[in-house]
Design a protein around this ligand. Structure first.
Ligand code: NI
Length: 256
Protein backbone atom coordinates (compact mmCIF):
# COMPACT_ATOMS: atom_id res chain seq x y z
CA UNK A 1 0.00 0.00 0.00
CA UNK A 2 2.12 2.81 -1.37
CA UNK A 3 0.82 6.05 -2.87
CA UNK A 4 3.23 7.49 -5.43
CA UNK A 5 2.34 11.19 -5.44
CA UNK A 6 4.61 12.50 -8.19
CA UNK A 7 5.77 10.65 -11.30
CA UNK A 8 6.45 11.40 -14.96
CA UNK A 9 5.73 8.06 -16.63
CA UNK A 10 5.15 9.75 -19.98
CA UNK A 11 8.88 10.57 -20.07
CA UNK A 12 10.91 9.09 -22.92
CA UNK A 13 13.01 7.22 -20.36
CA UNK A 14 10.04 4.81 -20.13
CA UNK A 15 9.40 4.38 -23.86
CA UNK A 16 10.91 0.90 -24.03
CA UNK A 17 9.12 -0.79 -21.15
CA UNK A 18 6.37 1.56 -19.94
CA UNK A 19 3.51 -0.91 -20.21
CA UNK A 20 5.41 -3.74 -18.56
CA UNK A 21 6.64 -1.49 -15.75
CA UNK A 22 3.23 0.08 -15.05
CA UNK A 23 1.56 -3.32 -15.05
CA UNK A 24 4.08 -4.55 -12.47
CA UNK A 25 3.48 -1.74 -9.97
CA UNK A 26 0.40 -3.12 -8.24
CA UNK A 27 2.16 -6.46 -7.67
CA UNK A 28 4.86 -4.54 -5.81
CA UNK A 29 2.40 -2.74 -3.56
CA UNK A 30 2.12 0.55 -5.44
CA UNK A 31 -1.62 1.11 -5.57
CA UNK A 32 -1.93 4.74 -6.65
CA UNK A 33 0.17 6.94 -8.95
CA UNK A 34 -0.29 10.60 -9.76
CA UNK A 35 1.34 11.42 -13.08
CA UNK A 36 2.31 15.07 -13.21
CA UNK A 37 2.19 17.34 -16.23
CA UNK A 38 5.01 19.82 -16.76
CA UNK A 39 4.03 21.33 -20.12
CA UNK A 40 1.01 21.31 -22.45
CA UNK A 41 2.36 18.23 -24.22
CA UNK A 42 3.15 16.25 -21.06
CA UNK A 43 -0.23 17.24 -19.64
CA UNK A 44 -1.85 15.68 -22.72
CA UNK A 45 0.27 12.57 -22.18
CA UNK A 46 -0.85 12.49 -18.57
CA UNK A 47 -4.51 12.49 -19.63
CA UNK A 48 -3.80 9.49 -21.89
CA UNK A 49 -2.09 7.54 -19.11
CA UNK A 50 -4.99 8.28 -16.74
CA UNK A 51 -7.44 6.90 -19.24
CA UNK A 52 -5.45 3.76 -19.86
CA UNK A 53 -4.62 2.78 -16.27
CA UNK A 54 -7.22 2.75 -13.51
CA UNK A 55 -4.67 3.43 -10.74
CA UNK A 56 -3.14 6.48 -12.46
CA UNK A 57 -4.50 9.93 -11.62
CA UNK A 58 -3.31 13.16 -13.13
CA UNK A 59 -2.04 16.63 -12.32
CA UNK A 60 -2.34 19.23 -15.06
CA UNK A 61 -0.13 22.27 -15.33
CA UNK A 62 2.97 23.92 -16.73
CA UNK A 63 6.37 23.87 -15.00
CA UNK A 64 8.03 27.27 -14.53
CA UNK A 65 10.77 26.49 -17.07
CA UNK A 66 8.09 25.82 -19.74
CA UNK A 67 5.88 28.85 -19.09
CA UNK A 68 6.94 30.64 -22.26
CA UNK A 69 4.58 28.36 -24.20
CA UNK A 70 1.52 29.54 -22.29
CA UNK A 71 -1.03 31.91 -23.85
CA UNK A 72 -4.72 32.63 -23.33
CA UNK A 73 -5.73 29.89 -25.74
CA UNK A 74 -3.84 26.98 -24.19
CA UNK A 75 -4.54 28.32 -20.72
CA UNK A 76 -8.24 28.04 -21.48
CA UNK A 77 -7.67 24.48 -22.64
CA UNK A 78 -5.93 23.81 -19.32
CA UNK A 79 -8.90 25.25 -17.44
CA UNK A 80 -11.32 23.04 -19.38
CA UNK A 81 -9.47 19.79 -18.78
CA UNK A 82 -9.48 20.32 -15.01
CA UNK A 83 -13.06 18.99 -15.21
CA UNK A 84 -11.86 15.63 -16.52
CA UNK A 85 -12.50 12.81 -14.02
CA UNK A 86 -9.30 11.77 -12.19
CA UNK A 87 -7.64 15.15 -12.61
CA UNK A 88 -6.69 15.71 -8.97
CA UNK A 89 -4.29 18.67 -8.90
CA UNK A 90 -2.82 21.66 -10.70
CA UNK A 91 0.88 21.08 -11.26
CA UNK A 92 3.58 21.19 -11.41
CA UNK A 93 3.74 24.97 -11.13
CA UNK A 94 6.11 27.38 -9.42
CA UNK A 95 9.43 29.15 -9.80
CA UNK A 96 12.79 27.81 -10.94
CA UNK A 97 15.72 30.19 -10.50
CA UNK A 98 18.26 27.40 -10.93
CA UNK A 99 17.68 27.12 -14.67
CA UNK A 100 16.37 30.68 -14.51
CA UNK A 101 14.60 30.63 -17.85
CA UNK A 102 12.33 32.12 -19.11
CA UNK A 103 12.79 35.46 -17.36
CA UNK A 104 11.44 35.59 -13.82
CA UNK A 105 8.63 37.99 -14.70
CA UNK A 106 7.15 35.41 -17.09
CA UNK A 107 7.51 32.59 -14.57
CA UNK A 108 5.78 34.73 -11.95
CA UNK A 109 2.85 35.70 -14.17
CA UNK A 110 2.01 32.09 -15.00
CA UNK A 111 2.68 30.80 -11.50
CA UNK A 112 0.12 33.30 -10.29
CA UNK A 113 -2.40 32.50 -13.02
CA UNK A 114 -2.12 28.77 -12.30
CA UNK A 115 -2.54 29.33 -8.55
CA UNK A 116 -5.68 31.33 -9.32
CA UNK A 117 -6.87 28.43 -11.48
CA UNK A 118 -6.28 25.99 -8.62
CA UNK A 119 -8.47 28.12 -6.36
CA UNK A 120 -11.11 28.60 -9.05
CA UNK A 121 -11.51 24.86 -9.64
CA UNK A 122 -10.76 23.94 -6.02
CA UNK A 123 -7.87 21.59 -6.65
CA UNK A 124 -4.64 21.39 -4.63
CA UNK A 125 -1.42 22.62 -6.23
CA UNK A 126 1.85 20.78 -6.77
CA UNK A 127 4.58 23.36 -6.26
CA UNK A 128 8.00 23.20 -7.89
CA UNK A 129 10.41 25.65 -6.24
CA UNK A 130 14.12 25.56 -6.92
CA UNK A 131 16.53 28.22 -5.65
CA UNK A 132 13.52 30.50 -5.30
CA UNK A 133 12.55 30.10 -1.65
CA UNK A 134 11.66 33.68 -0.72
CA UNK A 135 9.69 34.55 -3.87
CA UNK A 136 7.76 31.24 -3.83
CA UNK A 137 6.64 31.69 -0.25
CA UNK A 138 5.72 35.33 -0.79
CA UNK A 139 3.64 34.54 -3.88
CA UNK A 140 1.88 31.58 -2.24
CA UNK A 141 0.95 33.77 0.72
CA UNK A 142 -0.21 36.65 -1.49
CA UNK A 143 -2.37 34.26 -3.53
CA UNK A 144 -3.91 32.70 -0.42
CA UNK A 145 -3.14 29.33 -1.90
CA UNK A 146 -3.64 27.75 1.52
CA UNK A 147 -7.37 27.88 0.72
CA UNK A 148 -6.87 24.86 -1.54
CA UNK A 149 -3.52 23.67 -0.17
CA UNK A 150 -1.11 21.36 -1.89
CA UNK A 151 2.39 19.98 -1.72
CA UNK A 152 5.84 21.52 -1.90
CA UNK A 153 7.24 18.89 -4.22
CA UNK A 154 10.82 17.65 -3.82
CA UNK A 155 11.20 19.86 -0.77
CA UNK A 156 14.76 21.19 -0.76
CA UNK A 157 14.81 24.05 1.75
CA UNK A 158 15.57 24.14 5.48
CA UNK A 159 13.56 23.69 8.65
CA UNK A 160 12.48 27.31 8.92
CA UNK A 161 10.98 27.33 5.42
CA UNK A 162 9.37 23.95 6.15
CA UNK A 163 7.70 25.46 9.20
CA UNK A 164 6.16 28.26 7.12
CA UNK A 165 4.52 25.73 4.80
CA UNK A 166 3.52 23.26 7.50
CA UNK A 167 1.84 26.07 9.45
CA UNK A 168 -0.28 26.83 6.36
CA UNK A 169 -1.28 23.17 6.10
CA UNK A 170 0.84 22.26 3.09
CA UNK A 171 2.39 18.84 2.60
CA UNK A 172 6.10 18.26 1.93
CA UNK A 173 6.96 15.89 -0.93
CA UNK A 174 9.86 13.64 0.07
CA UNK A 175 11.74 11.53 -2.46
CA UNK A 176 15.06 9.87 -3.24
CA UNK A 177 17.21 12.78 -2.06
CA UNK A 178 16.45 11.93 1.58
CA UNK A 179 18.50 8.73 1.20
CA UNK A 180 21.63 10.59 0.08
CA UNK A 181 24.40 10.72 2.69
CA UNK A 182 24.98 14.45 2.16
CA UNK A 183 21.29 15.39 2.49
CA UNK A 184 21.71 16.57 6.07
CA UNK A 185 19.34 19.52 5.77
CA UNK A 186 16.53 17.41 4.29
CA UNK A 187 16.99 14.68 6.92
CA UNK A 188 16.52 17.35 9.59
CA UNK A 189 13.35 18.56 7.88
CA UNK A 190 11.95 15.01 7.83
CA UNK A 191 12.77 14.53 11.52
CA UNK A 192 11.00 17.79 12.26
CA UNK A 193 7.88 17.59 10.06
CA UNK A 194 4.80 15.71 11.32
CA UNK A 195 4.35 12.45 9.41
CA UNK A 196 0.76 13.60 8.76
CA UNK A 197 2.17 16.25 6.40
CA UNK A 198 4.64 14.12 4.44
CA UNK A 199 4.00 12.57 1.02
CA UNK A 200 6.06 9.89 -0.74
CA UNK A 201 7.16 10.80 -4.26
CA UNK A 202 9.78 9.85 -6.81
CA UNK A 203 9.78 12.55 -9.52
CA UNK A 204 10.76 9.59 -11.69
CA UNK A 205 12.62 9.10 -14.00
CA UNK A 206 14.77 11.50 -11.93
CA UNK A 207 16.27 11.41 -8.42
CA UNK A 208 16.65 7.70 -7.80
CA UNK A 209 17.36 6.90 -4.13
CA UNK A 210 20.33 5.00 -2.75
CA UNK A 211 21.29 2.27 -3.57
CA UNK A 212 20.12 3.04 -7.11
CA UNK A 213 21.33 6.62 -7.25
CA UNK A 214 22.10 7.75 -10.81
CA UNK A 215 19.93 5.08 -12.43
CA UNK A 216 16.47 5.55 -13.90
CA UNK A 217 13.99 6.01 -11.08
CA UNK A 218 10.53 4.45 -10.75
CA UNK A 219 7.89 3.99 -8.05
CA UNK A 220 9.47 0.59 -7.31
CA UNK A 221 12.18 2.53 -5.42
CA UNK A 222 9.75 4.14 -2.96
CA UNK A 223 10.40 1.49 -0.26
CA UNK A 224 13.96 2.90 0.05
CA UNK A 225 12.52 6.37 0.66
CA UNK A 226 9.97 5.10 3.18
CA UNK A 227 12.64 3.07 4.98
CA UNK A 228 14.78 6.17 5.47
CA UNK A 229 11.80 8.23 6.67
CA UNK A 230 10.94 5.46 9.15
CA UNK A 231 14.54 5.41 10.40
CA UNK A 232 14.73 9.19 10.79
CA UNK A 233 11.44 9.40 12.65
CA UNK A 234 11.88 6.19 14.68
CA UNK A 235 8.68 4.85 13.19
CA UNK A 236 7.44 1.54 11.91
CA UNK A 237 7.94 1.16 8.14
CA UNK A 238 4.36 -0.03 7.61
CA UNK A 239 3.03 2.97 9.52
CA UNK A 240 4.98 5.32 7.24
CA UNK A 241 3.36 3.70 4.20
CA UNK A 242 -0.14 3.76 5.71
CA UNK A 243 -0.02 7.33 6.97
CA UNK A 244 1.57 8.83 3.85
CA UNK A 245 -1.03 7.04 1.74
CA UNK A 246 -3.81 8.47 3.89
CA UNK A 247 -2.22 11.92 3.51
CA UNK A 248 -2.17 11.61 -0.27
CA UNK A 249 -5.78 10.43 -0.49
CA UNK A 250 -6.78 13.40 1.63
CA UNK A 251 -4.82 15.99 -0.34
CA UNK A 252 -5.91 14.69 -3.75
CA UNK A 253 -9.48 14.16 -2.48
CA UNK A 254 -9.59 10.54 -3.67
CA UNK A 255 -12.00 8.08 -2.08
CA UNK A 256 -10.13 4.83 -1.44
NI1 NI B 1 8.32 16.60 -11.34
Amino acid sequence: MIFETHAHYDDEAFHEDREQLLNSLSLEGIDYVVNVGASIETTKNTLELMEKYSFIYGAVGVHPSETKELNEENFNWLRNITKTPKVVAIGEIGLDYYWDTPERDIQKVWFDRQMELAKEVKLPAIIHSRDAAADTLEMIKAANLKDVGGVIHCFSYGKEMAKSYLDMGFFLGIGGVVTFKNAKKLKEVVEYAPIEQILLETDCPYLSPEPNRGKRNSSLNLPYVATEIARLKGMDYEDVLAITKKNALKMYQIKD
